[in-house]
Write a protein that binds this ligand. Structure first.
Ligand code: GTP
Ligand code: SPV
Ligand code: MN
Length: 606
């Protein structure tokens, strides 16, 4: 192992960029990360001393830590996220845009001296297995040791990446500062950041490509390999190079007869990807294996099928609601070596959150660091509290999860959080109709981004906050796939909704492991079996098509989940028309045709 913090690269471009950023940000010191366990341990100890981390009990959660963020810094900031392509047109109607040189001037001013009194960490990281044809190398410069520790779990990081880069390899520069320089002698705080939202900037320059992030230390704002690189920047590369960078989980589903299908699913943030990715099927004999829970890079393989690969190595998962009942495999994954952020600290040195499936502690410390009791009437953990855990610790991780080639997809699911109208599952008539379903996906907003939760918005392909270029061009890119391969080899497309509610506010569908019943039907449809009725909105399972053995659903629920609510759908169509109008006149004709056909089918169904 190399001496901690010592540089081992001879790559001149890398050395020059780090030196330039050192001069800009004027840190007290520079630390080159090698990604070793010893380095991780040393940084965790340092954070314990600084009050950023609380070490959890070795009996309860070995190797694990709790962090509490600043109350202003708890989620992604979509308003402060920019795609600075050359022209506004290239960023498109759904992204914030600023002229790149103007933005760089502004950012350079913000970053000037921004790391004063702090250590500047240099993190070499790779997204994707190092041998994968899609693997991308990034270098994140950050003044947050919390970011370093999380990046070590979430990415392939350290010396192996420097070695891959070699003398002449290229990398994506990712500059990050919490935006809280320290004057001489000024004491630090446990979670430094720039509290005023107007001072946060999550900025992408797709032409460089490069990423500049200022003012936040939380999640997707700060772990720049994830949303910034593996989705926003990667989507622009994917478009150019003919592949796809998607906000999707990847799972393997095996039937009792041993038939294995790989499925990818795009649901918006906090809408069930992690849960589906590692679910425990309630149907006897079926198994799910997890390959990824948030991001999929997909390319056409030599055999013409679509192959999906997870570029990450960890899970940055929503804590509240995670329990032995809802997600036993996540609970097993986070038994050790996990970083918890914004959950309750219990008196016995462990953590707790709402709907964890175990009794709340009589008292504890809430996510804001205050004494807390369950009777207090406030939530002890933040709704966007998260765990960061190594994927390798997941008991149902698929043996091929690190395969450089990825795995061939049988089906793609789109979904959203919809209390009304949208059925439990709906199969697209064909690829173009599938792209229409993805493009028009709506979902109620969640705590994963700052802003009001529970508001219905269109979130095409669950990529609204993550598409690095013009959304209309993105949709065109998806429509171009049948031209790149044999159409018959493309995965079948479905739309699912686990979140329907009755008029009295109860879930109509139990969700979680019971979603295996829907996945079984998906497999049957892929194999050419599976009974369905053709409806105006797509193929929906016929009344007896879903395997409901052993599930006691209240009378009428299944009917409601699988019926086409014509009135609701007409409103839905109006909303989609309005959204398509917002996307502009350049929308591919295939999509406007799909919408018109849906309108016609609904009209003649009345
Ligand atoms: P990100 O990490 O933000 O991308 O979220 P995600 O898409 O991975 O969502 P996750 O699986 O963490 O679930 C988010 C919330 O939805 C949690 O509170 C879950 O308990 C809840 N949830 C997940 N699956 C289901 C389901 O099938 N039914 C119901 N009712 N809730 C679910
Ligand atoms: C999401 O919001 O989709 C997440 C969490 O996966 S974050 O990494 O913060 O973006
Ligand atoms: Mn996500």
């Amino acid at each position: 192992m190399s001496e901690l913090g010592k540089c081992t690269t001879t790559n001149p471009a890398l050395l020059a960029w780090v030196e330039e950023m050192r001069q800009l940000c004027t840190p007290a010191s520079v630390f080159w990360c090698d990604g070793s366990q010893a380095e991780y341990d040393a940084l965790c100890n340092l954070m314990v001393e600084a009050g950023t981390f609380t070490r959890l009990s070795d009996d309860k959660r070995p190797g694990s830590f709790l962090a509490r963020s600043h109350p202003s810094d708890v989620a992604r900031v979509e308003d402060r996220t920019f795609i600075c392509s050359r022209t506004k047109e290239e960023a498109g109607p759904t992204n914030n845009w600023a002229e790149p040189e103007e933005m760089k001037t502004r950012l350079r001013a913000m970053f000037t001296g921004s790391m004063a009194g702090r250590t500047m960490y240099v993190i070499p990281f790779a997204m994707g297995p190092l041998e994968s044809p899609l693997c991308k190398v990034g270098i994140e410069i950050t003044d947050s040791p919390y970011v370093v520790a999380n990046m070590r779990i979430m990415t392939r990081m350290g010396q192996s990446v420097i070695d891959k880069l070699g003398e002449n390899g290229t990398f994506i520069p990712c500059l990050h500062s919490v935006g809280a320089p320290l004057n001489d002698g000024q004491p630090d705080v446990s979670w430094p950041c720039a509290p005023d939202p107007a001072n946060k900037y999550i900025v992408h320059f797709p032409e460089d490509p490069s990423i500049w992030s200022y003012g936040s230390g939380y999640g997707g704002n700060a772990l720049l390999g994830k949303k910034c690189l593996a989705l926003r920047i990667a989507s622009t590369m994917a478009r150019r190079e003919g592949w796809l960078a998607e906000h999707m989980l990847i799972l393997a589903l095996t039937s009792p007869e041993g038939k294995k299908h790989y499925i990818a699913a795009a649901f918006p943030s906090a809408c069930g990807k992690t849960n589906l990715a590692m679910m425990q099927p309630t149907l006897p004999g079926w198994t799910v294996r997890c390959l990824g829970d948030d991001i999929a890079w997909i390319r056409v393989g030599e055999d013409g099928r679509l192959y999906a690969m997870n570029p990450e190595t960890g899970f940055f998962g929503v804590a509240p609601g995670t329990s032995r009942q809802s997600n036993p495999n996540a609970m097993a994954t986070i038994e050790s070596n996990t970083i918890f952020t914004n959950v309750v600290q219990t008196p016995d040195g462990d953590i707790w959150w709402e709907d964890m499936g175990v009794p709340a502690p009589a008292r504890g410390i809430d996510w804001q660091g205050n004494e807390w009791q369950p009777e207090s009437g406030t939530k002890g953990s933040h709704p966007n509290a998260r765990f960061t855990a190594p994927a390798a610790q997941c008991p149902v991780i698929d043996p091929d999860w690190e395969s450089p080639a990825g795995v061939p997809l049988s089906a793609i699911l789109f979904g959203g959080r919809r209390q009304t109208t949208i059925p439990l599952v709906n199969e697209a008539f064909n690829w173009e109709h599938g792209v229409f379903l993805g493009s028009s996906a709506g979902s109620e907003t969640t705590a994963a981004a700052l802003g009001k939760a529970g508001v219905l918005r269109r979130d095409p392909f669950a990529m609204l906050p993550f598409c690095g270029y013009n959304m209309v061009d993105y949709l065109r890119h998806w429509l171009s796939l049948p031209g790149k391969t044999d159409r018959a080899k493309l995965p079948k497309v479905f739309f699912v909704n686990w979140f329907r509610k009755s008029d009295d506010g109860k879930w109509l569908w139990p969700g979680y492991g019971e979603n295996s019943r829907v996945l079984k039907w998906v497999c049957e449809r892929v194999e050419g079996n599976g009974k369905a009725v053709e409806t105006p909105v797509g193929f929906i399972p016929s009344a007896d098509a879903l395997d409901m053995a052993g599930l006691d659903l209240p009378a009428g629920n299944l009917d409601e989940l699988l019926s086409v609510d014509l009135e609701g759908w007409r409103k839905e169509v109006e909303d989609i028309v309005a959204y398509y109008t917002k996307l502009g006149s350049d929308l591919p004709e295939s999509l406007t045709a799909s919408l018109a056909q849906l309108q016609q089918r609904l009209a003649s169904a009345s």
